[in-house]
Design a protein around this ligand. Structure first.
Ligand code: NAG
Ligand code: NAG
Ligand code: NAG
Ligand code: NAG
Ligand code: NAG
Length: 535
């Protein structure tokens, strides 16, 4: 098995959710594309003319209007109108979702007027001027202002942008995209089909009281706190990926009805996640879904990562652009800070009644019965994990700054690294050793980011130092998200295979030889999947 230098892998997942500036840049590109398509669209040129006010015939210059130039020019009125229109369209979708039909209608009317104005300008062959555009722009700006003032939260907005950017990505060659910043973007973006599935499910959740009743009942099942059962936790914002983890686990389990899955997701995906897991049958396993925003104790006064995120200096570090785009992607990646990722350090607090859990990442597939993990002897340790140091470079010195006196004094640079993704946690030992306190200590020491840069693996290595029990390698096979040469025998015999890296199995970028292992557990025949063209 060959490994490349691509860690820390798993933590590279959610930076986009805070990559607002990049999203805006993406939107900017989309605006231009949208325009080009609009202008090339034959249907639009035949719109009724009477809608448009007659413009003063300035610039009637011998039909030398160059639309490409006009759209690319920053000061161009068409361009400004287009930007506003694209934003307004996103708000229409959101307004509808929030059931504010009146507002959606008001926006649609202005978008329509705007389109008429633009298409008229295109057919008549001279540019829009300030005078004719101003009334439209003013009305639109007012609506956009109102939209911002309303409850349209930025998380929802970013979901839309993600979907749009993914649409763009499909147009470009995926081979080149892997090596660029854009490749990272593409890896983070939600593919159209999955995005559609999420929306469809959210709607289903809102409109099906029977489904909600069924799921709510399961949320009170005594099995959720029964320590004689097998408990798994998955923290994810990806409905289909979570479904594959649950489905593959129960499909290979000898006693699926003794399996209990504890899922935490974010506010945006909460309805969809509950709907999907509630409407499908997982062989009698129990499934519970929680919303991370409902944990009131998870706040800045308790959680150092949240405090650091609120800190102004940190914000500029993570959100500001930098000269070197490569370092921007690798280190200044806000998704590393996502709370869903850091929630793994609070498992005993999320599940106070449980004594042992298996933690699973959402980019894995289970291929064997996992119940044996619960009877493994961890020798008093807190964390059972597969080590990654068979190759020389996956040792502590690779992840941590050993020039720092605090690291040097407390850790062995040659200690073996291990992987998150499939971990057994003994929560009784965790509470006894105050492990969360240790995590807080190290996270607070790293406020100036000199101990490590970003991610959950380095603080994990510090937190669980001396408390980690190595598991047999077959439990957890790594590298399917970046390494085309993982040993096929290892994959075949692995209990859990992990798509760590950018080439996730639900993306076009996926390594094709590993994709079937994941797809095997996707219910493509489901009507929602077909409606959304997921294939
Ligand atoms: C329009 O402008 C662009 C950019 O300046 C140029 O590449 C293109 O050839 C022009 N097209 C026409 C028809 O003049
Ligand atoms: C923050 O969390 C702590 C405990 O984790 C709790 O005591 C406190 O009330 C919380 N503050 C808010 C504003 O919810
Ligand atoms: C854990 O914390 C409690 C209270 O803060 C303390 O009494 C106990 O000694 C600590 N245990 C360890 C192993 O540090
Ligand atoms: C490592 O720690 C030393 C000592 O605190 C510090 O001077 C140096 O900048 C750190 N290196 C990095 C890459 O942060
Ligand atoms: C679970 O996986 C099986 C294949 O092993 C597939 O037939 C089934 O449709 C999947 N069910 C769900 C709900 O994902």
């Amino acid at each position: 098995m060959r490994r490349k230098n691509v860690e820390p892998w798993r933590q590279q997942r959610k930076w986009f959710s805070r990559g607002y500036p990049i999203a805006v840049a993406g939107l900017f590109v989309i605006c231009i594309l949208t325009f080009v398509t609009h202008y090339n669209h034959p249907g639009l040129t035949s719109l009724p003319r009477q809608v448009i006010r007659q413009a003063p015939s300035i610039k009637q210059s011998t039909n030398t209007l160059n639309l490409t130039e006009e759209i690319l020019s920053v000061g161009s009125i068409s361009r400004q109108l287009g930007d506003q229109m694209t934003l307004a369209k996103s708000y229409v979708v959101m307004a509808k979702e929030y059931n504010n039909l009146e507002f959606a209608w008001a926006l649609s009317v202005q978008i329509r007027t705007c389109q008429d104005l633009l298409s008229h300008s295109a057919t008549r062959g001279y540019l829009l001027n300030q005078q004719e555009a101003e009334p439209v722009m003013e009305k639109l700006a007012l609506l956009l202002y109102q939209a911002k003032e309303q409850h349209f939260d930025s998380a929802t907005m970013i979901m839309r942008l993600k979907a749009r950017i993914q649409g763009l990505e499909e147009k470009i060659n995926s081979a080149t995209s892997q090596t660029t910043t854009f490749g990272q973007l593409a890896a983070e973006a939600v593919p159209k089909g999955l995005y559609c599935l999420g929306s469809r499910l959210t709607m289903e959740w809102a409109t099906d009281p029977d489904l909600r009743r069924r799921v709510t009942k399961q949320n009170h099942s005594p099995k959720l706190t029964d320590n004689s059962l097998y408990h798994f936790c998955i923290f994810s914002d990806n409905v289909l990926a979570t479904s594959v983890v649950v489905n593959s686990t129960v499909s290979n389990a000898m006693n699926p009805e003794r399996h209990v899955f504890h899922i935490v997701t974010d506010k945006v995906n909460f309805g969809a996640m509950q709907a999907w897991l509630g409407m499908n049958d997982y062989k009698g396993a129990t499934v519970e879904v929680k919303d991370i925003d409902s944990f009131k104790w998870l706040n800045a006064s308790y959680v150092p990562v949240m405090k650091q995120l609120q800190d102004a200096e940190t914000q500029s570090y993570y959100f500001k652009g930098t000269e070197d785009p490569k370092s921007a992607v690798k280190f200044r990646n806000p998704k590393y800070l996502s709370m869903l990722n850091h929630l793994r350090f609070y498992i005993p607090e999320v599940y106070p009644a449980l004594s042992k859990v298996v933690f699973l990442d959402d980019d894995i597939v289970v291929q064997k019965d996992l119940s044996e993990l619960f009877s493994l002897n961890l020798n008093g340790n807190v964390n059972g994990a597969v080590e990654t140091c068979l190759e020389t470079f996956h040792r502590y010195h690779k992840y941590l700054n050993f020039s720092h006196p605090k690291i040097k004094a407390n850790f062995d640079p040659d200690a073996c690294g291990w992987a998150f993704g499939m971990n057994v946690f003994d929560l009784i030992a965790w509470r006894k050793a105050n492990v969360t306190k240790r995590y807080h200590y190290w996270q607070e020491q790293n406020v100036d980011r000199t101990l490590w840069k970003l991610g959950t693996l380095p603080p994990g290595l510090l937190t669980f130092y001396g408390l980690t029990e190595p598991l047999a390698r077959e439990w957890h096979i790594l590298g399917l998200g970046y390494d085309p040469n993982v040993d096929p025998q290892a994959i075949e015999s692995g209990a859990v295979v992990h798509y760590n890296g950018n080439m996730k199995p639900w993306l076009k970028l996926a390594i094709s030889s590993y994709k079937p292992l994941w797809e095997k557990y996707v219910p493509y025949f489901h009507p929602f999947m077909q409606q959304c063209n997921v294939h």
